[in-house]
Design a binder for this molecule. Structure first.
Ligand code: XMP
Length: 513
């Protein structure tokens, strides 16, 4: 296995992801934990030093134990990791003075024949992503330069005799398009064949959950979404009935959703499940509210109250399980460190663990969405379930602009079901990132048969996206749109007009509120 020593970079997890993509098993451990004893015990086949925010010029900045250089294994230092390596092996690092570099740069080769660079520089230069204030001003004895950029004369250096490699840029990020190639070359040199699988990840995750939880009880909020479902099934596989799931039905779910979740988890998976039917409470408090943020806050607050009440029924639980993914962990911290503004206050259970005196179990914290899906398949969750579009915590409330009434929710559920049915029938479901109907707070006049109608208008929304941060409307054919509009108007009483929302994000958001 490969050890990544984390010096605090915001993109350390991306290194792990790149290695998992190469089917190499790795673990990330914070530098504080990596002592000489730890290294001896872990016995890595290769080590990567991550980047980090500190400056090696500060005497108190983080270091790996010197013994790491005596293990006789390949080491790759990235950004701060490169500087630490140079400093510890006898080179020099200086503070920026005009040499700080952030963003895109192009590296060109200095010497050829470095295994790490096999397949690189085929086009003469490579685009890389730089993000550093300090820079190496003198390389350590034994090192040679293999690549430079205008602002980084030591962009790629190596001591080939000892198998130490150091790069100033971040090969793990998207903006270093061929970065994976470097990792691939590095792990091949270290003797990894790439035979590690998601099945092995599952076994390891189960082992860790057992170790963390022991014989204590765990509660888990199950939303029916992919993340919480995969987390629940994984934890159930690890500790069986020590886990109880709480499924809160706030009355804002889609057609048939509550039954589907309860049947699947209680009947199929035999998991202890509390089905908290709290529709009256939520819809009661939402009555008369039309402001989007107020609605979200009411739902968020009630959700915590209700979850807490039902979780208490379990008695003696010591852990709260959450399906937090890696992007959730970094979501608010952008890579460039720029400020982020709250556009919508996402409803989550932040603060709940402290309030209830529970420790967190977050077995998906290292994974990205597509990896969670792969893990879900590994756990035997059905394909159709794993591939479901995301559904927001506040549910249909944010697809019902203006006042929420039971009548409107009922109409919305039916229209949404027809739309999704159409999308599935036309084989488009997997091409679309998210699709739904919003019911608009207007009634319009229509004519059906010989009579006048005065019913609600609705909007169809379907987008393509990678992560929900940006999105494009889906280019349905006119034929599809026409057919869908006809079906909705014919099959759903209460709607007499259908529109298609062709706004991208930005400037729009995906949801209507
Ligand atoms: P927006 O509307 O912000 O949505 O473009 C981006 C993605 O986030 C989902 N979303 C939410 N999810 N609580 C959630 O759990 C929320 O309050 C919330 N608001 C939006 C939305 O469905 C889309 O996938």
């Amino acid at each position: 296995r490969l050890l990544i020593i984390d010096f605090g970079s915001q993109v350390t997890q991306l290194i792990a992801r790149r290695l998992r993509e190469l089917n190499v098993y790795c673990e990330i451990h914070p530098f504080q934990k990596v002592t000489e004893e730890f290294l001896a015990e872990f016995s890595p086949k290769a080590v990567i030093f991550s980047g980090g925010p500190a400056s090696v010029i500060d005497a108190s900045s983080p270091r790996p134990p010197t013994s790491v250089f005596d293990l006789g294994i390949p080491i790759l230092g990235i950004c701060y990791g490169q500087q630490v390596m140079m400093q510890m092996l006898g080179g020099k690092v200086e503070r920026g003075h005009g040499t700080a570099e952030f963003g895109r740069a192009f590296v060109t080769p200095e010497e050829s024949d470095l295994l790490l660079l096999k397949g690189w520089f085929d086009s003469g230069r490579e685009q890389v992503w730089m993000s550093h204030g300090d820079h190496v001003s003198e390389i350590a004895p034994g090192f040679k330069v293999f690549g430079t950029s205008p602002n980084a004369p030591y962009a790629i250096t190596a001591d080939t005799a000892r198998n130490f490699y150091a790069v100033q840029f971040h090969p793990e990020v998207h903006h270093t398009p061929n970065g994976s190639k470097l990792y691939e070359n590095f792990v091949r040199m270290a003797g990894f064949t790439g035979d590690w699988t998601m099945g092995a990840y599952k076994d390891e995750a189960i082992r860790k959950i057992r170790e963390q939880v022991g014989d204590k009880k765990v509660i888990c909020g199950l939303s029916g979404g992919v993340d919480s479902s995969v987390a629940a099934v994984l934890i159930h596989e690890a500790i069986g009935d020590q886990l109880t799931c709480v499924f809160v039905d706030h009355g804002l779910l889609r057609q048939g959703e509550a039954e589907e979740v309860v049947t699947m988890f209680r009947d199929h998976y035999n998991m202890p499940l509390i089905h908290a039917d709290e529709q009256d409470l939520f819809l009661g408090e939402l009555d008369g509210q039309f402001d989007p943020e107020t609605k979200r806050k009411i739902i968020g607050r009630l959700f915590i109250d209700v979850f807490q009440k039902h979780a208490a029924e379990v008695g003696g639980a010591k852990f709260l399980a959450q399906g937090t993914l890696y992007p959730d962990v970094i979501e608010s911290v952008s890579f460039s460190g720029g400020p982020s503004v709250t556009i919508k206050s996402h409803h989550n259970v932040g603060g709940l663990p402290e309030k209830m005196g529970l420790k967190l179990v977050e077995p998906l914290r290292e994974l990205f969405k597509d990896e969670v899906r792969a893990l879900g398949l590994e756990l035997g969750l059905p394909d159709s379930f794993i591939g479901r579009h995301p559904f927001p915590g506040p549910g249909l409330a944010i697809r019902c602009p203006g006042e929420i009434t039971r009548e409107k929710l009922e109409i919305l559920r039916k229209a949404d079901a027809v739309f999704i049915d159409q999308i599935r029938k036309h084989g488009l479901y997997d091409e679309i990132w998210q699709a739904f109907v919003a019911i608009l707070p207007v009634r319009t006049v229509g004519v059906m048969g010989d009579g006048r109608t005065y019913d609600f208008a609705c909007a169809l929304r379907a987008v393509t996206s990678v992560d929900g941060m940006t999105a494009d409307y889906y280019p349905f054919s006119h034929e599809f749109l026409g057919e869908t509009a006809t079906r909705i108007i014919n099959e759903v009483q209460g709607i007499n007009r259908v529109t298609y929302d062709i706004t991208s994000k930005p400037p729009g958001t995906i949801e209507w509120e």
